[in-house]
Design a protein around this ligand. Structure first.
Ligand code: SF4
Ligand code: SF4
Ligand code: SF4
Length: 350
């Protein structure tokens, strides 16, 4: 088996990526993963295997750790390192080094890989774009498979090792910001990979104890964090947070669309409404105040507000009445302040 073939197996590289491996990893990174060979190895093990000194091996391993080529854990007095996988590497790249996208396009545009493309594929407009879509599909599949058992546990009301997300209402933002000391902003990997909308991507916040040496991103002041969440809110993004944030402290705050967001897409597919994310609130509409303007139909990601068949007269003009189906409400709360008539409020779900 060649070094590349071994790497593909050890790093769980999907088949369709193999012809384009050089866009994602260098030869020396592949070589390191193959040397680790699925084992946990110390710096001195690696130095011995590579015939280099401890310092060189240590620098290489740390660099590869930060770039999600290897993972590490504490053992005895130091670290041991072991190969990461393509899923983790892609997560790093889509957030912090999008050069793979440029390289993929260059690689496919140049015809370097044309011999790998069949006639049907040639009919498609852009091979690079199709590969990026395949990456998103694959990544979503891996995410969905990984989340499957957890979602089943939640559905069955079993004890889980981490609290599921819930929606944060914008009115609770100050309470959240007051309860944290450190804030880091990292790009939204769902939107970076899926690219189904043009909503902001600099939107994911990590807090305090959940910030690790691989969180990277930009440290934020509370004012900057507030502004990011408010811009996300204006853009119709839903705010999701760990549901035990008031008891255990906020770990992260995601600002999510429904078209790209992996958790939201999966929750919809698996019928997890109210469970994942946990929903304690539901929207209420005051039918008397409602002007049937329709703004909420564009705001709601779950079609709880929709254009009905019945018409009504408003200021001498006929307009379709906007219907509200509370059963479809997931409780995200982003419709409330989009309503100029102040006809929408949130109430506790019973
Ligand atoms: S969960 Fe939401 S904010 Fe977080 S990465 Fe996905 S879409 Fe972005
Ligand atoms: S945005 Fe408000 S006023 Fe307009 S249709 Fe929706 S509930 Fe009615
Ligand atoms: S109706 Fe419910 S799900 Fe739709 S935007 Fe309002 S709170 Fe969110």
């Amino acid at each position: 088996m060649s070094m590349v073939e071994k790497f593909v197996v050890l790093f769980s590289v999907p088949d369709f990526v193999v012809p384009y491996l050089s866009c994602f990893v260098s030869e020396s990174q592949m070589d390191l993963v193959v040397r680790l060979d699925g084992q946990r190895c110390s710096v001195s093990d690696v130095a011995k295997s590579m015939g280099c000194d401890l310092e060189q091996a240590g620098v290489l391993l740390e660099d590869c750790y930060y770039k999600s080529i290897v993972n590490r854990e504490v053992r005895d007095e130091g670290f041991v390192y072991f190969g990461a996988d393509f899923y983790g590497r892609l997560d790093f790249l889509c957030k912090f080094d999008e050069s793979y996208k440029v390289n993929l396009k260059r690689c496919t545009d140049s015809g370097e890989n044309k011999n790998r493309v069949n006639k049907d594929q040639k009919a498609e407009d852009d091979i690079g774009d199709r590969l990026l879509k395949a990456l998103d599909d694959w990544c979503y599949q891996v995410y969905a498979e990984g989340m499957g058992p957890y979602l089943e546990q939640l559905k069955n009301n079993e004890v889980v090792d981490r609290a599921p997300e819930t929606f944060l209402l914008i009115e609770d933002l100050e309470e959240l910001l007051n309860s944290v000391s450190e804030i880091r902003m990292v790009p939204c990997n769902c939107r970076k990979l899926a690219e189904r909308c043009s909503k902001p991507t600099e939107t994911c916040l990590s807090f305090d104890g959940s910030i690790t040496d691989r969180t990277f991103g930009r440290p934020l002041s509370k004012d900057e964090a507030r502004e990011i969440v408010k811009v996300a809110h204006r853009n119709g993004l839903m705010h999701q947070i760990n549901s035990d944030w008031r008891e255990k402290g906020p770990a992260w705050l995601c600002n999510c669309c429904s078209c790209c967001c992996y958790p939201t897409r999966l929750a919809q597919e698996r019928g997890m409404k109210g469970i994942f994310p946990v929903s304690n609130q539901v929207a209420l509409r005051d039918d008397v105040l409602c002007l049937h303007c329709g703004v909420c139909t564009k705001r709601c990601n779950f079609s709880a507000f929709y254009v009905g068949d019945t018409e009504m007269e408003m200021n001498g003009k006929l307009r379709k009445m906007i219907q509200f189906d509370q059963d479809k409400c997931w409780g995200c709360g982003i419709c409330v302040d989009s309503c100029v008539a102040k006809a929408i409020s949130m109430t506790r779900r019973v």
